[in-house]
Design a protein around this ligand. Structure first.
Ligand code: PSU
Ligand code: MN
Length: 302
């Protein structure tokens, strides 16, 4: 199965330049129109501002692309019923010539195949609440265990079981560090309350960790980047949305890959759109840090 790497991205990789992968599930399934396309373009703009080349990943007509063009982004943002593709879905999208939005797992996989080592997203998938009955654990975790990509994210959503997700990452051997913090961020909230063993204090230090990871030849790692407290979602609103979201899941019997998009849209309703604004800030904040780390890595190796 071929992977098409956009010329600008291939060029940057060939000369050891900074490249940042971005995912597309958040475009097709995480954010509403028209904010989704605007945000995708804004994230790419921020990566460029910081001196790196953006490579948004997705599948167009069955072909995985590392570095989507503006027309591709429009397709994934505006077409109805774009499939959500995890790594395991890629062969079927290929066989059917289907478009698709790639999750963190599929994005990391395709980015790594193209040689991209740093990737920014909003939140990582994780262990869902009630996973002991449902077995619902995002494939993002297993993918990170085997794929050499550093993912910059704001932790995982509180709709998941956060301590269980950290335990699963430990079991899988995925390195996790906070960026200037030893508290795992709580996505909408700056602090999930869960402690971390390691904190990276600068972009340069993070770049050295990414380089060391590459030298070791193991899988990926997580750089958890919290929103500044002044920009987080109001914790009271957050609690209310969380309760309603979890109730909605139970009442609606929502399962599998529908769970994450369902909860995201319930949060938007319950917070009067505030969660959407926070979600956007998170993505842009992570794109900026990832680009700075990529630039530091390119300088380190140049
Ligand atoms: N977290 C978010 N927004 C998202 C997702 C996660 O805040 O849109 C997406 C990511 O693409 C992630 C996927 O990889 O949801 C996880 O889905 P699942 O839980 O079905 O594995
Ligand atoms: Mn799942």
């Amino acid at each position: 199965m071929g992977v098409e790497v956009r010329e600008e991205v291939a060029g940057a990789l060939a000369r050891g330049g900074a490249v940042v992968a971005l995912e597309s599930t958040l475009i097709s399934h995480g954010l509403p129109r028209p904010d989704n396309l605007a945000l995708a373009l804004e994230a790419e703009g921020i990566v460029r501002e910081e001196g790196a080349v953006p490579a948004t990943v997705g599948v167009i007509g069955g072909v995985p692309r590392v570095g989507l063009g503006e027309g591709d982004l429009e397709t994934l943002a505006y077409e109805d019923d774009i499939p959500k593709l995890s790594t395991r879905d890629l062969p079927f999208a290929s066989a059917k010539g289907s478009h698709g939005a790639t999750t963190v797992a599929a994005t990391a996989f395709l980015a790594a195949r193209a040689g991209v080592r740093i990737f920014a997203t909003g939140g990582l998938g994780g262990v869902h609440r009630g996973a002991r009955d449902s077995w619902d654990v995002s494939a993002d975790l297993a993918e990170l265990a085997r794929t050499p990509v550093a993912v910059v994210c704001a932790g995982v959503k509180s709709i998941l079981d956060v301590p269980a997700t950290l335990e699963a990452l430990e079991t899988l051997g995925v390195p996790v560090a906070g960026f200037r913090t030893t508290r795992f961020p709580g996505f909408y909230l700056t602090n999930s309350g869960c402690p971390l063993d390691w904190s990276l204090e600068s972009e340069e230090e993070a770049a050295r960790a990414v380089r060391a990871l590459g030298d070791l030849g193991t899988g990926g790692m997580l750089v958890a980047n919290p929103l500044p407290e002044a920009e987080q979602l109001d914790p009271v609103l957050h609690e209310k949305a969380l309760r309603s979201g979890l109730e909605g899941l139970r009442e609606g019997g929502v399962r599998g890959k529908e769970v994450t998009p369902f909860l995201l849209s319930r949060f938007r309703e319950e917070t009067g759109g505030e969660s959407l604004e926070v979600n956007k800030r998170i993505i842009l904040n992570n794109a900026r840090l990832a680009a700075r780390i990529a630039a530091a890595l390119a300088a380190l190796e140049g």
